[in-house]
Design a protein around this ligand. Structure first.
Ligand SMILES: [Zn+2]
Length: 284
């Protein structure tokens, strides 16, 4: 073989090796259509559910508040919506007690991501319905993602907003790539994954609207509702920052659901969570 041919062959081998490395680095298989995965990111057993309605219906009654995270896969990337109580809690077998009850994480988020073929670096975008601690627990596991944050929410979270916000749980927002938003936001630019402004629970609270090929419109509530009955009877928690804004947001989501014949997923409602496919299955 001539020297030139030898060099050429060596070059081709190198190229092949490099391209197989590239394939390995991109671990997540591509998807054709939008998929919604519901992940179990903890549960709260609340002693007195009275904190979820200022009109007395839940007073003195105990209840279960589930705490899911959601992965939305889209041909253009992957969004993680809410990050749960935090995998650190999984180290305390049987959970931990807190003032209002008990909280527990049985399945670490990172293990569940693995079960659906994803690593933390596959998460392209990270967004929270709001910044209460039960939605920000694992946020710092995703420093490579672009964080989509509502301006009013972040300003409020940084201004000592009370016991339910813990900035340490999502301190990476300071260094992460950020997309700051004021209101509705089309995550992938095709209208299929829309963040909707639904303030009231917190100043920059938001819900997520998905348009799925088979299942149609699905709206993830965030904490606009804490139980299905909060939607049915328009119940407002006493610790919401604005009762009026909450009712206006409920009205908006209710109208969209009616217009689109959409499905509402009340994130903290155990029945709603149970009604979603269990990973590795998904809604599409
Ligand atoms: Zn919550």
């Amino acid at each position: 073989m001539s020297r030139t041919n030898l060099l050429r062959r060596a070059g081709a081998t190198l190229l092949l090796a490099a391209s197989s490395l590239l394939v390995q680095a991109h671990a997540a298989d591509e998807v054709k259509d939008v998929r919604l995965y519901a992940l179990d990111c903890g549960v709260l057993h609340v002693k007195d559910m009275g904190m979820f309605s200022d009109t007395g219906e839940y007073n003195g009654k105990a209840g279960v508040v589930v705490d899911p995270c959601f992965v939305i896969r889209h041909p253009k990337g992957t969004l993680l919506w809410d990050t749960g109580l935090g995998d650190k809690l999984a180290q305390s077998k049987g959970g931990v007690d807190m003032e209002v009850g008990h909280m527990q994480v049985d399945a670490p988020l990172l293990d569940q991501l693995k079960a659906i073929g994803l690593t933390p670096s596959d998460i392209t975008y990270l967004s929270f319905s709001h910044t209460h601690f039960d939605h920000t627990g694992n946020a710092n596991e995703f420093p490579d993602a672009t964080w989509i944050l509502n301006k009013a929410e972040l300003a409020w979270a940084e201004s000592k907003p009370g016991p339910f916000v813990n900035l340490d749980t999502f301190s990476d927002y300071k260094t992460a790539k950020k997309q700051m938003i004021d209101g509705d936001y089309d995550v992938f630019g095709d209208g299929n994954v829309m963040i909707l402004k639904t303030p009231g629970h917190t100043p920059g609270h938001q819900s997520l609207q998905l348009k799925l090929k088979k299942s149609g419109v699905v709206i993830l509530s965030g904490d606009l509702f804490h139980q299905r009955a909060n939607y049915t009877y328009r119940r407002v928690p006493p610790f919401n920052v604005s009762r009026a804004d909450t009712l206006a947001s409920i009205d908006r989501i209710d109208t969209i659901l009616k217009n689109t014949k959409g499905r509402l997923v009340v994130q903290h409602d155990a029945g709603d969570f149970k009604g979603l496919p269990k990973i590795p299955k998904y809604l599409d």
